[in-house]
Design a binder for this molecule. Sequence first.
Ligand SMILES: [Zn+2]
Length: 130
Amino acid sequence: MPLSSSDTGSSPPSDPNVPVPPALCLRCGSGRRLGLARCEACGHSPTDDLDRAAHLLAMDLSDDEREGLMARVAAGERFEPDPQELEDTVAALRQATPLAVGAFALVVGGLPLLLAVLVLTALAWALLPL
Ligand SMILES: [Zn+2]
């Protein structure tokens, strides 16, 4: 599909008709559009934090680097990202889990509610005719 007339990348890939996909599967090396989607080629979907972080880091590579990585993974090599970057990405992923978001919402939204209930209970208690 020759639809990339507006796409003028700084460093064109080896075949200009085949743009480098924005993400890849780190298990089989096939390209895809979404970093954490299920691989259509091998069925692999990154589920643990380390695997997901590595897939996200692979998306941050330049087109040339990613193209080279795809070839290396397809040849059986492993993606070895910078350990510090990997650690940071894992930490960011863990902070963004639904559980953490839920706990945050509970603390922020639940505490005032709890206080209101306590105050109302105290008021009701104080108004009781003894
Ligand atoms: Zn795959």
